[in-house]
Design a protein around this ligand. Structure first.
Ligand code: AHM
Ligand code: MG
Length: 334
């Protein structure tokens, strides 16, 4: 029987994949892995809030309970701070990016963009949530890193990953050499390699979109939804509709089974809802590395100019042929 390969062991084994790395990126990934285990522990206890105390109330130990997304944000920032490899964290939870001050971090080479707890409205109902992260090398060579170091195009990412806190907890990441998935074994507290070299099927039969917004969708998306719903045995239609409302969980399922996730522009959100820097770019990097496709309906997500920290984008992401199909309808009708 083959032995278990933990995330820590795997990261060290792969360290030589980076020409410039001296172990810093490996340490950074390890720190993110550790913080996600702490977040996992708290997410698992979320259902006990009613008896332990809600957010904003004082718990039995006399501590003030925090909202889980705030807690997750603090955990990731604190892990990155103590690791010393990261000089800036850009988070969905903070309007401005956060400098990691301190002797060790001031010359640190990496920038981390993070959505600490994506889909957090699902916590109250015991449905999967996730963490999304993206890692860049800082461009400036001396002095304090600046906003320009953060606003890099998605193609510049050196690593990206997500954690899904689901029926089991998984960490999936890429450093640009394929995608690997690790499942948390709670009995030993380690992420263990369970999904090596992940590949998304080229075709799929699942579409994920918030169809309640149908009237606000661009014409190309409406046409694609009708296409998904038409009966055609050759192409296995009608397709199946699945929408969890946690981007990480929806995309993770589609990555394994084959499918498409769409959050388009709508008449009420003309730039889309999801954020480019810490939601769309990392997920696009991962899906492309798994052999899939990610665009805004017209052009590649990873090549979009990044002009602000909380910039929004439409996203069409998943199995290559499904994304190509909706793109052809977008260019014809929208
Ligand atoms: P959040 O970062 O505030 O949690 O919002 C992001 C989430 C995604 O996980 C999910 O795909 C989407 O918002 C769901 O939005 P909607 O409720 O509009 O369908
Ligand atoms: Mg989010």
């Amino acid at each position: 029987m083959q032995g278990v390969l933990t995330l820590g062991q795997f990261i060290i084994e792969k360290q030589n994949d980076f020409p410039y790395a001296k172990g810093e990126l490996s340490r950074l990934l390890r720190d993110i892995g550790i913080a996600s285990k702490i977040v996992n522990r708290e997410v698992n206890k979320a259902g006990l809030m009613d008896i332990l105390g809600d957010a904003g109330t004082i718990n039995i130990q006399g501590e003030c309970q925090k909202k889980l997304d705030v807690f997750a944000n603090e955990q990731f920032i604190s892990a990155l701070k103590s690791g010393g490899e990261c000089c800036i964290v850009a988070s969905e939870e903070n309007d401005e990016f956060v400098y990691i001050d301190g002797e060790v971090s001031k010359n640190a080479k990496y920038i981390v963009a993070i959505d600490p707890l994506d889909g957090s409205s699902n916590i109250d109902v015991n449905v999967a949530v996730g963490t999304i992260f993206s890692i860049y090398r800082r461009k400036s060579v001396d002095g304090k890193a600046t906003l320009a170091d953060v606003l890099q195009n998605g193609t510049e990412q050196v690593a990206a990953g997500y954690v899904i806190y689901g029926s089991s907890t998984m960490l999936v990441y890429t450093t640009g050499k394929g995608v690997n998935g690790f499942t948390l074994d709670p009995s030993i507290g380690e992420f263990c390699l369970s999904h090596p070299k992940m590949k998304i099927p080229e075709d799929g039969t699942i579409y994920s979109i918030n169809e309640g917004n149908y009237v606000h969708f661009p014409e190309g998306v409406k046409k694609y939804l009708k296409y998904c719903q038409v009966e055609d045995t050759d192409t296995l239609r009608p397709y199946t509709s699945r929408y969890i409302g946690s981007m990480v969980a929806d995309i993770h399922r589609n990555m394994i089974k084959g499918g498409i996730f769409i959050y388009p522009t709508t008449s009420s959100a003309p730039n889309g809802k999801l954020r480019l820097v810490y939601e769309c770019n990392p997920m696009a990097f991962i899906i492309e590395q798994a052999g899939g496709r990610a665009t805004d309906g017209y052009s590649r997500i990873l090549e979009k100019d990044v002009t602000s920290l909380h910039q929004r984008s439409a996203i069409f992401i998943g199995s290559e042929n499904m994304v190509l199909k909706v793109e052809s309808l977008m260019s014809e009708y929208s």
